[in-house]
Design a protein around this ligand. Sequence first.
Ligand SMILES: Nc1nc2c(c(=O)[nH]1)N(C=O)[C@@H](CNc1ccc(C(=O)N[C@@H](CCC(=O)O)C(=O)O)cc1)CN2
Ligand SMILES: Nc1nc2c(ncn2[C@@H]2O[C@H](COP(=O)(O)OP(=O)(O)OP(=O)(O)O)[C@@H](O)[C@H]2O)c(=O)[nH]1
Ligand SMILES: [K+]
Length: 459
Amino acid sequence: MKNINYNNLDTIIAQVTPYGRGGVGIIRISGNKVKYISNKILNKIIEPRIANYLFFKDDKNNILDKGIAILFNKPNSFTGEDILELHCHGNQISLILLMKYINNKFHTRFAKPGEFSYRAFLNKKINLIQAESIMELINSNSEYEVKSSINSLNGNLFLYIKNIFKKIINIRTYIETNIDFSEDEIDHISTSEISNKLKKIISIIKNVCYESNLGKISQYGIKIVILGKPNSGKSTIFNLITKKKSSIVTNIPGTTRDIIKENIYINGIPIQIIDTAGLRKSYNIIEKIGIERTKKEIKEADHLLLIIDSNISKKYDIKKTFFNIYNKINKNKITIIKNKIDIKKKKPKIKKDKKGYNIIKMSALTGNGIDILFKHLEKILYFNKDLSKILINNKRHIKILKKTLKYLKQSKFLLDAGFYIDIVADKLNLAQNEINKINGNFTTQDLLKNIFSKFCIGK
Ligand SMILES: Nc1nc2c(c(=O)[nH]1)N(C=O)[C@@H](CNc1ccc(C(=O)N[C@@H](CCC(=O)O)C(=O)O)cc1)CN2
Ligand SMILES: Nc1nc2c(ncn2[C@@H]2O[C@H](COP(=O)(O)OP(=O)(O)OP(=O)(O)O)[C@@H](O)[C@H]2O)c(=O)[nH]1
Ligand SMILES: [K+]
């Protein structure tokens, strides 16, 4: 499909409901010929934006279907062009027959994937971010992805991008007005002020880029790694969370030699949960490999669950044995589970320790306390990071933001190192161009076509 000519704004038609059998199947027609087609097929001039229950007929007065027709007059439609929607009975054959008839009779054609949205974009009905988020929404596989795409559909991401853009412009203006290019020497006060401003933008983007690592969730889920001493109950927790018996549970310490992964959803959040080998010094070569891999998993994890047997004496300080991660790690990145509370018949609960780390007392064996754990994880993984506000799932956006970040860092570096301000400004310019690509202000035709062609048919 090399010759997609999106600029040729002829009238296009597509089935917008899924292929197959259904209660209702909707056909959408967009373009200049719509009114003519509507009059012919419906045998009537219908009022726009009103549902009309009518026969759909061919030119020989044969009934093609009887359904609901809605006309949207340009520019007040999804695409900004005239649109006719035919809500037919959901039979795939009759839908195709109807579309074929229209194509043959009125010289319309089937829409390419994303072509309706592309027209909506060209006619400034939606911005590029919204178009992409509509597609993200359609392709969502979890409540989590649905929420994030609806969020960017609502314009939150657009506002965020605009804010970064404004801040960059702000610095460029500041440079142009406050620095005298005719002098070789740069005023030190202004330089440090610019440097601070740059630092701020960098941190704003960094925050989002960090969260956007969660963007990989569509493929793998948020990575939760289970850690703990042998026999603390890691495999039992893993089985409890995944509700499967895939991890071998035994009372022989060191049974879990390798890493077991499972993809699950916790309250709609896609999660990849990983059970690790028992962490301890081992001369067993197989176990050693497992431990090396555990270290790697820890590095890549979004969240750690550290399992401790709550009945084992405290003087043996487990927390110290975990590569000192306990003290180094962000308090929200780790949850300590004091397991096996059933033995001393304690009640499950959640609390914070003196250092502010989250501790959950529960029993993996009986499942008592699992709801507390799930609720906590949901809070930590979803709400604490404020993903409900800005979450970037879109690979294209992440890539652009990373590039923007790179240019901003370079420009700060050059500034701090005392390079000429125009070199700094050049880098800023590059950053600005990057950010412009997200909302489609600085996007080539090829790129646009590429983006929209990944949409589904009828969108
Ligand atoms: N029947 C139907 N349902 C649908 C769609 C559709 O195309 N048809 N959509 C397709 O994605 C979504 C809704 N998107 C739409 C976006 C804009 C307009 C529209 O008519 N816009 C006009 C008027 C706005 C107004 O009255 O406030 C405009 O923008 O000028 C319609 C649907 C989801 N539901
Ligand atoms: N009473 C009680 N026993 C538990 C609990 N959780 C796990 N166990 C038992 O503790 C033993 C070890 O559990 P595992 O889940 O295999 O422990 P692990 O941490 O995966 O062990 P390794 O494979 O050695 O790393 C098993 O006999 C479990 O049945 C619990 O909450 N209460
Ligand atoms: K074990």
